[in-house]
Design a protein around this ligand. Structure first.
Ligand code: SOE
Length: 410
């Protein structure tokens, strides 16, 4: 990798390398990622400084206006030309899924580190090609990571540590639901997320990919079988030139089994009236349980038998929190993307492989494919295709369990 110059702003201090960033895509995810690149240097002074070089999109006026608003030095409409620039070291891809493979493979071949928004790809075949491209690039020191930003929610990172430290005993059951309602109105217009050729799948890929990644992340386990059902409740929607067929699922359900014998229920929908961005996770073990709600993302409830303890995950010794505010000064959804950018920059700076890797993303894709295959056979149990071992580093289990009090509240 060619790193750009050291940070001119800190030229008289210790050299802080700079990394030029390009984001491709400027709608919802492009905005969330832009916000992260704009703020990461302020919260994480020890990672290479991100420089917002260029925001890329198809509509010249739209991308220019967005670039200006989100703090980018420039805008561009040709992503291939951006890959040729020497002042760009990181390419962050926030496009619809059908463009992921082509852009990411070209970026890796051009020697750019890649952050690729979830889900990794639209199909297992594309995911596997991306894994091969990432492996070849990593041999040249080029890093790649999938944007499963919920791994960077401090409460979920803490939950993973608690599970790894055995605080719940043997994990037996998980309930996982990710519910939104932005499609509940049948007159909501057609969008790329509702076309299979662009999105790959519907709620399953969009929301289910987060759930499957969280299950494998929290439990440090692999999903090996699936039984699923999919439904499209509104089969046509108003398109630009008349009614258009919806070719993906509106909601999905699955029972999933892991290699260590845990069983999880998955429920995802974009038509769950009243649920805006409701990711709810409950993990039940032989000695305790924990629960989490994304809409209260600073909280984790842990119950080890003496009544539940609500942990406000804002202490400086909780994951990510030493970079942020004093205790009780809560983080938001957008801050998880800042943590994600910091993790990637730290790995780039130290020449380490980031996590979740493209192999982790492909592992998620194989579970989604198994759910789809099962749904096509009325829910018959399907074995998840085995892939190469994903590379998420094992959770470091502290000698003493993480410093959280699980005593009941007075
Ligand atoms: C849309 O349903 C969406 O933006 C997802 O694509 C994101 O990954 C999720 O974080 C919020 O909802």
């Amino acid at each position: 990798m060619t790193e750009s110059a050291t940070d001119p702003v800190h030229a008289d201090g210790p050299a802080r390398p700079t990394v030029g960033v390009a984001v491709i895509g400027y709608s919802f995810m492009g905005k969330a990622h832009s916000n992260a690149w704009r703020n990461v240097a302020a919260f994480y002074p020890d990672v290479p400084r991100a420089v917002q070089r260029v925001l890329v999109g198809r509509d010249p006026d739209g991308v220019r206006e967005a670039a200006d608003r989100y703090g980018w030095q420039e805008s561009a409409t040709d992503w291939r030309a951006v890959l040729e620039r020497d002042d760009v070291q990181v390419v962050d891809i926030c496009t619809p899924g059908h463009l992921h493979a082509e852009i990411a493979e070209a970026a890796l071949a051009a020697g750019k580190h890649v952050l690729l928004e979830k889900p990794l790809a639209n199909t297992v075949a594309e995911a596997e090609a991306l894994v091969a491209a990432a492996r070849a690039a990593s041999a040249r020191g080029v890093q790649s990571m999938v944007g499963f930003n919920y791994r960077r929610v401090p409460a979920l990172a803490l939950a993973r540590e608690l599970i790894a430290a055995g605080r719940l005993g043997e994990v037996r059951e998980v309930r996982a639901a990710y519910l939104q309602d932005w499609l509940v109105d049948a007159s909501a217009p057609m969008a790329w997320r509702l076309r299979k050729e662009e999105a790959g799948s519907g709620a399953l890929g969009d929301l289910g990919s987060h759930v499957v990644d969280q299950l494998q992340f929290l439990l440090d386990d692999t999903i090996t079988w699936a039984s699923g059902h999919l439904r499209t409740f509104v089969p046509t929607r108003p398109g630009a030139s008349g009614p258009e067929d919806v070719t993906v699922d509106d909601a999905a359900w699955a029972t999933l089994g892991t290699s260590r014998g845990a069983v999880a229920s998955l429920e995802v929908s974009r038509m769950a009236h009243g649920r805006k961005n409701g990711l709810a996770l409950e993990v039940f073990g032989s000695q305790g349980s924990l629960s989490f709600q994304l809409e209260a993302l600073n909280e984790l409830v842990v119950d080890t038998g003496a009544g539940g303890t609500r942990i406000l995950v804002t202490e400086s010794d909780h994951p990510y929190l030493d970079a942020w505010w004093p205790p009780g000064h809560v983080l938001g959804w957008d801050d998880t993307f800042v943590n994600q950018a910091a993790d990637l920059l730290s790995c780039i700076g130290e020449g380490r492989a980031p996590s979740p890797s493209f192999a982790d993303g492909a592992a998620v894709q194989r579970v989604l494919a198994a759910i789809e295959a099962s749904a096509a056979q009325s829910g018959t149990c399907v074995t998840v295709e085995a892939g190469p071992k994903a590379s998420t580093p094992p959770v470091p289990v502290p000698a003493a369990a993480p410093a959280v009090s699980l005593e009941p509240r007075p």
